[in-house]
Every structure is written in structure tokens, then in C-alpha cells.
Design a protein around this ligand. Structure first.
Ligand SMILES: Cc1ncc(COP(=O)(O)O)c(C=O)c1O
Length: 357
């Protein structure tokens, strides 16, 4: 085998996303099983996106627009960018892989605050780069430590705010100071903002607003969370036109499918669903948080659509909740043993969860 396959694959294993929801519900005999383990939208998809898919479905024999032109134009208007500063991906996941494929090679170092969203490390390792870990300070990204780890070999720093799984944010002031401190010949700074729509701390950073001043910044966003389109796989990156040009050279010709493109375009215009989702998540985050605190649980203040809750016996509690119809994630899989990562559900789900606890 080693003659055929890249040796780096020996250091990777298959990403384990768990069994399909439907199969697990069958196995447990719980058709009412609710998944709070994947940070999905508790309201479901944008209804406007669903209508757009229904209108488009008879055209799926035609290849999609390889450049996702209409979606890029709409996002450019929304964010005050040039369409050349945007690239749409098959989920933000694909964009992480594209950055690695376009920028990283053997000998490069990539600084990652850890624990981190797993695909950062997988993509960097696959590209032959060395991941330099910067441990979180408790639940917070330690920018001073990240800065200390940047050397002449550093090709990129990969930051996540709000952080998955730690739920905390990087504040605007410290992020700006960090970017300024990297100077003119800065490495690439990837800022993953998959959960930015759930921030209500006025101090949270907005990577897109920083792009004008920091051309080596690469911002990641997704339609999976706020728009409820996780099953369609649509994410985007905003960066300098030069960065986007480089990334376009490594992407597949038709990387985003036809239904995903029209759905994302419709969801972007669906202010009602966006606002409903945001309000529900913010209200329920406060409700669930208060209920957990009352029961003696602790967790960092969340700016995301999930909580990272410290518990005594995470595997046992996870199993008990699953048998009762609520699936949560064991933090041990994410670098936080003795924690459960719990997505914010509907009010009824959160009440049930609190009752079980
Ligand atoms: C931090 C973070 N980045 C990126 C993604 C991937 O998003 P997408 O569904 O667009 O691939 C996720 C998904 O859970 C995430 O948690």
C-alpha cells in the first residue's frame, strides 16, 4: 500500500461524523430524536430557500454556474465588497481545504489555537505543513501566544471566532492589534466566522470590515448555520482579489451545486428567517444557560449557537440524553473531556433537556 498512497495519509484517519440521524433514530426506536450535536439551525431552513429549490429542481440536469456569479454579486452588495473578493465553496469545509491546497507546502508552519475545529489540522497536515499548536487559555484564544509562535516559516494562522467548540470570541481591539503587529509581510490569517451571526457582544470582531486594511486576511462564513442550509453545503470566503484568484486555481470547476446556489441566494434575501433564527438562538441561549446555571453547571459565555458545558461523566450523560431523545456531542472528541457540546434547540427541546438534567 505504501508504494501507492501518500505517506501522510498514515497520520490521518477517516473523519467520523457519526451515524446518519435517521439510522440512529431507528436504532434507538426514537423517531423524535433531536440532534443537538452538530450546531444546526433549530428552526429549519429558510422557507424562501426551500421555494427557490422547488423552482430550480427541474433544471438539475444542467451544470451549475461554476463561478456562482449571482450569489457572489449578492454577497458583494451585502458586504460592500467587489465580487472578485468572494469565492463560494461546497461548505466552508471545502474552503479550508482550498486554502491549504493553494498555500501550504512541506516546510510551512501553520499556527492553530487548539483545541480547534478538526478540518484545519487535517487540511494543513495533508498539504505537508506542520501544525504549531497554541493552547487556548482556558476557553479563550491566546493571541499573545499565537503571536509568539509566528516565525519566518509561518505560512498561516487559523483563528476561529466564535470558537468551535469553546464558544468564545476574539474581540475587535485585540484582533486589530494582532493583525497590525504581524506587519507588512504578515502570514495569511484565516478567520473562521461560521457562527458570527449569533454574536451579541458589541465588541466582537467582524473580519470583513478588516479586509480593506489587511489584505492577507481570509474570512470564512457559511450558510449552514444562520440560513439552515447545512445539508446543501454552501459557504464563502471573503478576501483580497489576489487571494481569491489563487484559491480559484485549485477549486473544482462546478464546486457548488445548482440547488445550493439558488437556495443561498434566496436565504440571503430572507431577512425574516435570519432574524427569527437569531432571536430564537439568542433567547434560548440565555434560557438554557440560566437553567444550567441554576442546576450548578458551568460553561464559558457563548457567542455561538451552542454551549460547551462542564459535566462530571460526559459519556454516561450523553448516553442517557440520547436514550431520552436528545443527541449531544461528547467534548472528549473535540479536545474538551468532561464537557458536552450542546447546540441551542427550540424552547420545547431546551425545556426537555433541562428537565432531564
Ligand atoms: C468553526 C466551523 N467552521 C466551519 C464549519 C463548516 O461549515 P460548512 O457547513 O459551511 O462546511 C463549521 C461547521 O460546523 C464550523 O463549526
Amino acid at each position: 500500500m505504501s508504494r501507492l498512497w501518500r505517506s501522510v495519509l498514515d497520520r490521518l484517519s477517516v473523519y467520523d461524523a457519526g451515524p446518519p440521524l435517521e439510522a440512529l433514530a431507528d436504532e434507538l426506536g426514537r423517531p423524535d430524536l433531536v440532534r443537538l450535536s452538530a450546531n444546526e439551525n433549530p428552526l429549519g431552513p429558510s422557507p424562501r430557500a426551500v421555494a427557490a429549490i422547488n423552482r430550480e429542481v427541474g433544471r438539475i440536469h444542467l451544470y451549475p454556474d461554476g463561478g456562482s456569479t449571482a450569489l457572489r454579486a449578492a454577497l458583494a452588495r451585502r458586504h460592500g465588497l467587489d465580487p472578485n473578493q468572494l469565492l463560494i465553496g461546497n461548505g466552508a469545509d471545502e474552503l479550508i481545504a482550498l486554502i491549504a491546497a493553494a498555500a501550504f507546502e512541506a516546510g510551512d508552519e501553520v499556527v492553530v489555537p487548539e483545541p480547534a475545529f478538526e478540518p484545519y489540522t487535517i487540511s494543513a497536515t495533508l498539504a505537508g505543513a506542520r501544525v504549531v499548536s497554541s493552547p487556548l487559555a482556558g476557553y479563550d484564544t491566546d493571541l499573545a501566544d499565537v503571536r509568539r509562535k509566528v516565525t519566518a516559516r509561518t505560512k498561516a494562522v487559523i483563528l476561529c471566532s466564535p470558537h468551535n467548540p469553546a464558544t468564545t470570541i476574539i474581540r475587535r481591539g485585540p484582533l486589530r492589534a494582532f493583525l497590525e503587529g504581524l506587519g507588512e509581510d504578515s502570514p495569511l490569517v484565516v478567520l473562521d466566522e461560521a457562527y458570527i451571526d449569533f454574536c451579541d457582544d458589541p465588541d466582537h470582531a467582524d473580519g470583513i470590515a478588516l479586509l480593506g486594511r489587511h489584505p492577507r486576511l481570509i474570512v470564512l462564513r457559511t450558510f449552514s448555520k444562520i440560513a439552515g442550509l447545512a445539508g446543501l453545503r454552501v459557504g464563502y470566503t471573503a478576501a483580497s482579489a489576489e487571494t481569491i484568484d489563487r484559491l480559484n486555481r485549485v477549486r473544482a470547476p462546478y464546486n457548488v451545486n445548482r440547488l445550493g446556489q439558488v437556495a443561498a441566494l434566496a436565504a440571503l434575501a430572507d431577512a425574516e428567517h435570519t432574524e427569527k433564527t437569531r432571536r430564537l438562538v439568542l433567547e434560548e441561549r440565555a434560557f438554557l444557560g440560566a437553567g444550567l446555571t441554576k442546576r450548578g453547571y458551568t460553561f464559558p459565555p457563548s457567542q455561538a449557537n451552542f454551549l460547551l458545558v462542564r459535566v462530571l461523566d460526559a459519556p454516561a450523560l450523553r448516553t442517557r440524553l440520547m436514550r431520552e431523545g436528545i443527541l449531544v456531542r461528547d467534548g472528549a472528541d473535540l479536545g474538551f473531556p468532561s464537557h458536552l457540546r450542546i447546540a441551542i434547540g427550540t424552547h420545547a427541546t431546551n425545556e426537555k433537556l433541562l428537565a432531564l438534567l
